[in-house]
Design a protein around this ligand. Structure first.
Ligand code: SAM
Length: 391
């Protein structure tokens, strides 16, 4: 449907893609995930009222806001969440049920205990991040809560989780970056480590990492093949997170340039490069819309460039699209999206439409060339789409 929508958008702009089934380009079969159950390496559990009315229930929301029937249910029946995550969630629930402090159900009605994030890796590491609304608590009272939480997970009943890292974030907003509300390490190691395609990756609490590690390996392998990037090519890894895509392809190209907005993820990417002995790379921290136009404005056209973009659901900023489109050296572009029906569709259209000087889209248009969906999220309807665009 996405490829059909793109075909009809392009047709409206006078570009006839003429593929069977009304698609904008050939579509390969879905690449299966090597792991189907318990594949998630990151789970986020909410705290709210359960079906029995207990407001200290740790789990996932079901119901709808419109139907006013949202409840928080334990995640024990969810097949894509590994047992370890469920164990940490259960322990956190036990902890907050013993705590005299209230849960924070709505920010303005008070309460403290908020969501729990659990991250695990194939080397057996487990990171737990507890979010806490400080409300009016002073430093001393906060310190007491942190020490009770630490004690519970290190020498109390929570010790069965054998956490590698326990983080605490005092946060008054829905989602806060490390810069807005620092992740405070209460116990253990500051990072956990994951292996992808033979490389070791360090992961900070707020750095993005694909939630299905085995699925990510299949994805990165395909990116390497589709990019057709040779030894003289520069690979631009836009929205690079901890650098996983670029670093896994560093051996086949002349240089990797990664751009990422989360500062800690860039620190991880630099560490990952150094640890794995990869020196043909540079990582820029900042918004791609600020970094990329500047980087490409002084670009020598001689060297071929393959661009890989893997933005969050919000898609790419218009300035990023414009910079890519107007850089003649970029002949191949791999757009990887977990939500291709949203903002990404707008990006596809801007990348493929006829030149439009009014919008400063002067470079030749890209053409959708091949689409491959990856079953990155088994047990859900979502999939990760790789769209190869060439010109
Ligand atoms: C889907 S993740 C991809 C990460 C990486 N490619 C990987 O495979 O691990 C999207 C990344 O884009 C980053 N991001 C979001 N908005 C951005 C922006 N405006 N500029 C640069 N990076 C951004 C996020 O922090 C996140 O790390």
């Amino acid at each position: 449907k996405i490829l059909q929508t793109l075909a009809s958008r392009l047709e409206e702009l006078g570009i006839d893609t003429q593929q069977p089934g009304g698609l904008c380009c050939p579509l390969q079969p879905i690449v299966p995930s090597p792991v189907i159950n318990g594949y998630r390496n990151k789970s986020t559990f909410s705290v709210n009222r359960g079906p029995d009315g207990n407001p200290k229930t740790v789990g996932l929301y079901v119901g709808t806001g419109k139907g006013q029937n949202i409840v928080c249910v334990k995640a024990n029946h969810i097949e894509h969440i590994p047992l370890k995550h469920k164990q940490v969630a259960q322990c956190y629930e036990d902890f907050i049920r013993r705590s005299p402090l209230d849960p924070c159900l709505l920010f303005h009605t008070g309460g403290h205990w908020r969501e729990l994030m659990v991250r695990t890796t194939s080397c057996g590491h487990t990171m737990a991040i507890v979010t806490f609304h400080p409300q009016e608590l002073g430093q001393e009272a906060l310190a007491t809560q942190k020490s009770l939480l630490k004690e519970f997970f290190t020498c109390g009943p929570g010790a069965i989780c054998a956490l590698t890292s326990l983080y605490f974030q005092e946060s008054t907003m829905t989602r806060c970056s490390h810069e807005q509300a620092p992740f405070q390490l209460l116990h253990g190691e500051p990072h956990i480590f994951e292996e992808v395609l033979g490389l070791k990756f360090r992961i900070s609490p707020d750095a993005f990492f694909q939630v299905n590690t085995a699925g990510a390996e299949a994805l990165y392998r395909a990116v390497g093949e589709l990019g057709q990037a040779g030894g003289d090519t520069i690979l631009l890894d836009i929205c690079c997170g901890t650098g996983a895509i670029g670093l896994s392809l560093a051996h086949q190209v002349s240089k990797i340039i990664g751009i990422e907005v989360v500062e800690k993820a860039i620190e991880d990417a630099r560490w990952n490069a150094a640890f794995n002995g990869i020196s043909n790379c540079e990582f820029h921290s900042g918004k791609a819309e600020a970094v990329l136009p500047q980087l490409l404005s002084s670009w020598e056209d001689a060297q071929p460039v393959v661009a890989v973009v893997n933005p969050s659901r919000a898609g790419l900023h218009y300035r990023v699209v414009r910079a890519i489109r107007n850089c003649k050296s970029i002949r191949r572009l791999l757009y990887i999206s977990c939500k291709p029906e949203g903002e990404a569709m707008r990006n596809f259209t801007e990348l493929c439409c006829p030149p439009d000087p009014g919008k400063k889209l002067t470079g030749d248009p890209f053409a959708p060339t091949l689409a491959i969906p990856f079953d990155m999220f088994p047990h859900t309807v979502h999939c990760e789409l790789v769209l190869l665009l060439t010109r």
